[in-house]
Design a protein around this ligand. Sequence first.
Ligand code: NAD
Ligand code: WQD
Length: 339
Amino acid sequence: MLRTVLVTGGAGYIGSHACLALIKAGYDPIILDNFSNSNAVAIQRLRALCQKDIPAIEGDIRDTNLCAKALRDYECDSVIHFAGLKAVGESQTKALEYYDVNLVGSHSLLRAMQDVGVNRIIFSSSATVYGVPKALPLKENHPLAPTNPYGQTKLAVERLLSDVAASEANLKYGILRYFNPVGADSSSRIGEDPRGVPSNLMPFIAQVAVGRREALMVFGNDYDTPDGTGVRDYIHVSDLADAHVKALEKLEDSAESFIVNLGTGKGYSVLDMIEAFASASGQSIPYNISNRRVGDVAVVYSDPSYAEKLLGWKAVRELDDMCRDHWAWQTANPRGYEK
Ligand code: NAD
Ligand code: WQD
């Protein structure tokens, strides 16, 4: 059994939830994170939650020797690679930085794996690789045409993995294309802690509900959708985390690498999200309608059927669960991991 997993970016939002799911399933995660977008407190909380001393290394994935040392010292037999930069808007003004961390960083990690002889990797990709949907729901074979540097780096890493696996018979990868992760672990001990003004919808709504921000800007109500606002496929982060355990199991069993969507297959509009969050929190969520956000599309949602077929996994948590758990995290930690 693959047991010891190097988790890059394991202190981050999705990585911390995946570590929790891995531990519950009997794996030993080893976290490597440079804390550029996370807080070491998340790891302390994880340790307390699991009653386990999770090893953590502060460092950068672009340091190949450090990655190799971590893989060797802890005798890792697989890697889950979350570490990276993820803000679409920022990627347009810091393209070089995004290629450096996301692409050069992944290359460095793969080099370290090759040096040490570790040949199983799960990679965090994104629905953003599809670009503007030509057909819905989005299936894995939809054409790939990202519209921003962030998405281009994700696609570049997908191609890097495919080419390296073709040249190294032993390397097997699982590429997971996430839709819109939201919510938090039901313990409220770990959750999303964005720095500065949140660019994603759910953390922004949560900060309005808790009184940290005055009102939400709804980016356009003139889309071709039932209420005019953008529709997305929101998935509970704990469902997403569970899928990583299934993906690791699959990688162990199967001789084949794979690419799979992780979403629910259901679309909710911005107004649906406001209403659901208001109901879960008992707070009113003031909002104003503004112009569309540049680069946004009307509707994005997944076809999640391949994930069920391949991994035996499907999302089980509903929108109410996502809002309830996000709200519980927000109220228990109004300033995130800060004291
Ligand atoms: P996050 O920012 O919370 O987590 C990323 C982690 O990587 C952070 O802890 C950060 O400190 C760390 N990191 C960044 N650069 C690093 C480096 N050079 N070396 C070591 N560690 C580094 O983000 P997240 O939401 O948990 O996303 C995890 C992964 O999933 C990312 O690759 C992201 O692109 C991808 N993804 C996220 C979403 C989303 O909406 N959250 C959707 C699709 C894909
Ligand atoms: C959702 C909806 C907005 C904020 C992004 C990335 C994607 C993936 C997930 C990483 C849209 C509307 C938002 C606000 C709003 N990340 N909105 N007011 O754009 O679907 O996806 O995060 O891989 O790659 O592009 O998510 O949460 O930003 O927006 O009206 O203040 O909410 O217009 O319709 P998005 P989001």
